[in-house]
Design a protein around this ligand. Structure first.
Ligand SMILES: [Zn+2]
Length: 359
């Protein structure tokens, strides 16, 4: 079944702008202070300390970041969003941020006043917060699900925005998975047990990146099982169509109360239910640590002595690129591709290649 997306007429109207700057004397305001993204009305409020936007860097950064999220389905996931920028105390371009699920939802970001546009675009935190709007909140108990989705996408969105290339996005993603593996907090606990205690145990990295690996496995398996017809991108797009807006009986469920189990059931209905269910059960029951499953072999990722290694062979880089950029998919399953390569090696070398798992 091909997933088709109809974009309501209202959404075809390119969004509005609204940038509200606190007026300050002797400061040249940005001349084109609009933020335009497909399908959403965007309002941006900046604190007085950030008013010097003469080079439009705040608006340019937000527009490009929101645009990368909108590219996942063709339009931004929520009809309206309000963004609040305030200065941070440190020199990190984007110090931190959070989302408030108000109506409309709010994204709050703390930024370094002297950060350049390049600095802001190169920081993953803005993309991460905006990616949270792809789905309704699933509750604090299932925080792994919300943070896993945003963490899985944050660097891919940088690649889709043209800020870094796909392989760089994978290097950053893998560095995140490594931090999750190395996190001493929560080691040895199941995700089901650890996720509700993430704050008290300060097991942020372990929980975030275990969740991100769940979405990696789902994305890989959907693509493989459907010959590329279903992906995580297409599933999120279908969810937007059915449940985030519009007039149907399932519409506007953005404001409903969800948990991860209900969300998995809904996303499964829109793509391949068995895959979502299997990966969900496996993720919550097993130890909280990033696990690539069969996706690791297919994508050239393996763990050696606790370190994640990426195979730089072109075949693997191309496969990784298709996930990063949301492109087409080479549907050769990992095992058969690997077996063919091993047979070829044996023929050429005359030596038996070790078929066992990587040490
Ligand atoms: Zn987050």
């Amino acid at each position: 079944m091909t997933t088709t997306r109809t974009i309501p007429v209202a959404h075809l109207v390119i969004s509005l702008i609204v940038l509200v700057l606190t007026p300050v004397a002797n400061v040249q305001a940005c001349e084109n202070s609009s933020v335009s993204v497909e399908g959403a009305v965007v309002r941006v409020f900046t604190s007085r300390s950030l008013v010097q936007d003469a080079d439009c860097r705040w608006t340019a950064w937000i527009e490009r970041s929101l645009g990368s999220v909108a590219d996942i389905s063709g339009r931004f996931p929520v009809d309206r969003v309000t963004i609040f920028l305030d200065r941070s105390r440190g020199s990190q371009p984007v110090a931190y941020g959070w989302v408030r699920r108000n109506n409309p939802p709010e994204v709050h970001l703390r930024v370094f006043p002297a950060a350049t546009l390049d600095d802001l675009l190169d920081d993953w935190r803005g993309y991460h917060e905006f990616a949270h709007l792809l789905l309704p909140f699933v509750g604090n108990r299932d925080i792994w699900f919300a943070e896993g989705l945003a963490s899985y996408y944050q660097h891919f969105l940088q690649a889709r925005a043209g800020v870094i290339d796909s392989e760089q996005s994978w290097q950053r993603l893998v560095a995140g998975f490594q931090r999750g593996l190395d996190d001493p907090a929560g080691r040895g606990e199941s995700l089901d047990s650890l996720s509700p205690k993430m704050w008290s145990e300060r097991a942020f990295r372990r929980v975030y990146w275990t969740g991100a690996a769940f979405f990696l496995r789902v994305d890989y398996r959907l693509r493989l099982a459907s010959d590329g017809e279903h992906t995580l991108d297409t599933t999120l797009a279908a969810f937007q169509d059915c449940c985030m807006s519009g007039d149907g009986s399932r519409a506007n469920r953005y404001k409903s109360r969800w948990d991860a189990e209900a969300m998995v059931a809904e996303l499964g209905k829109l793509s391949l239910s068995e895959i979502w269910q299997e990966e969900y059960q496996r993720t919550i029951e097993q130890l909280a640590e990033p696990d690539f499953g069969e996706a690791g072999e297919y994508l050239g990722l393996r763990i050696q002595s606790g370190q994640i290694v990426m195979d730089t062979d072109r075949r693997y880089r191309d496969r990784r690129k298709s996930l990063a950029l949301g492109e087409g998919f080479d549907p050769v399953p990992a095992e058969s591709g690997q077996a063919a390569l091993i047979d070829e090696l044996e023929e050429v070398s005359g030596f038996l290649v070790d078929r066992g798992p990587a040490p």
